[in-house]
Design a protein around this ligand. Structure first.
Ligand SMILES: [Zn+2]
Length: 293
C-alpha cells in the first residue's frame, strides 16, 4: 500500500502544475503487459541538483537521461508476463552527495484485455509435430542467444537521437499480444507485430544502431537483430535476404533486408520484435514514445 501512496502523491504533484517541494518519480497509472512506458523524475527548481540516477523496473536496469534542468527521463519495461503491478525504483544522487530512493507503480489490468480474436494459422506439419530433442535444443539455444543480445544492450550507450519509425509502411496484420491458434489449438500470445509484404519488399531499420546478429533460426528464419543501446534491441524475422552484417552501424530508415517466408510462417511477411534487456516488449510502443527520453 505504501508504494501506491508514493505513486499517487507524485501524480497529484504533477497535476498541480509542478509545485513539488521534493523530487518525484512518475510512471503511468496503468499499462498492458509487454508495454514500454516513460518514466520521469522531476526535482524542484533551485534544489540540490541531481548528478546521477540508476534504477530498475521488471528486473531490468533503467537508463535515465537529463532532458532539461530538473527533469530526467527513462523508458521502463513491463514484462509480458506481468500481473497486477510493476514497480519502478530509482536511486538518485545529488550534487551534495545525498542520495534518495524513489518508487512508482504501474497497475496492470487483470485479466489483460485480448487484442483481437485468436488468429488461426495452418502451418507445415514440420512445425506442428512434436519437436525432436535436437530441434527443441536448437530453439532453446536460439532463444538464449536472443535474450543475451538484449542483456548486452544495457552496456551499449544510446545510439539514436531521433524517434523510432516502423520498419514497413504496409498494413499491420497481427498486433502484439493477440492470441494464436496453431492448427486449431490456442498455443501462445503473439509477441511481435506482423507487417504485410511480398517476398523481396524492403525492410528498414527502425532506428540507428549496430547490427548485433544476422543468423538463421528454426522458428524466425533469417533474422537481423539491431542493438540501439540503453537496453533496446529490435529484431526482424522471416527475411528472404539479409543485407547487413554483424558489427555494421545502420541508420534509421536504411534497408537491412527483404521480406520473405523463412522459418515458421504461412506466407511472406515481416514479424517485428523488440526487447528491453531480456524482456520481449511491444515494438509499436517505441514509436508511440516519440522523442524525449
Ligand atoms: Zn508475427
Amino acid at each position: 500500500m505504501k508504494r501506491r501512496v508514493v505513486a499517487s502523491l507524485a501524480l497529484i504533484a504533477s497535476i498541480a502544475g509542478g509545485q513539488e517541494t521534493r523530487t518525484t518519480l512518475d510512471a503511468p497509472a496503468r499499462a498492458l503487459p509487454g508495454s514500454i512506458v516513460r518514466l520521469s523524475i522531476d526535482s524542484p527548481a533551485g534544489s540540490d541538483s541531481i548528478v546521477a540516477i540508476d534504477g530498475t523496473m521488471s528486473g531490468e536496469r533503467l537508463h535515465f537521461h537529463r532532458v532539461s534542468g530538473h527533469t530526467w527521463h527513462a523508458i521502463g519495461p513491463i514484462s509480458p508476463d506481468a500481473k497486477s503491478e510493476a514497480e519502478a525504483k530509482a536511486n538518485v544522487t545529488y550534487a551534495s552527495g545525498q542520495t534518495e530512493t524513489l518508487t512508482a507503480s504501474t497497475r496492470i489490468p487483470a485479466p489483460p484485455p485480448s487484442r483481437g480474436k485468436p488468429r488461426a494459422l495452418a502451418v507445415s506439419p514440420r512445425f506442428t509435430k512434436p519437436l525432436d530433442s535436437a530441434t527443441q535444443a536448437r530453439i532453446d539455444r536460439e532463444n538464449a542467444t536472443a535474450r543475451a543480445i538484449g542483456r548486452q544492450s544495457h552496456d551499449t550507450p544510446i545510439l539514436f537521437t531521433a524517434p523510432f519509425i516502423k520498419p514497413r509502411t504496409s498494413v499491420i496484420t497481427s498486433r502484439f499480444g493477440s492470441g494464436r491458434m496453431f492448427n486449431g489449438t490456442l498455443t501462445s500470445r503473439h509477441l511481435g507485430v506482423d507487417f504485410r509484404g511480398k517476398t523481396g519488399d524492403p525492410i528498414v531499420a527502425a532506428n540507428r544502431g549496430v547490427v548485433a546478429m544476422v543468423d538463421n533460426f528454426f522458428l524466425a528464419g533469417n533474422v537481423v537483430y539491431i542493438d540501439h543501446g540503453d537496453g533496446i534491441v529490435t529484431a526482424y524475422f522471416h527475411m528472404s535476404k539479409t543485407l547487413v552484417a554483424k558489427g555494421d552501424t545502420v541508420q534509421r530508415g536504411q534497408t537491412i533486408g527483404l521480406i520473405g517466408a523463412t522459418g515458421r510462417v504461412t506466407g511472406p511477411h515481416l514479424h517485428w520484435s523488440a526487447r528491453y534487456g531480456a524482456l520481449t516488449v511491444n515494438p509499436l510502443d517505441l514509436i508511440a514514445l516519440g522523442k524525449g527520453w
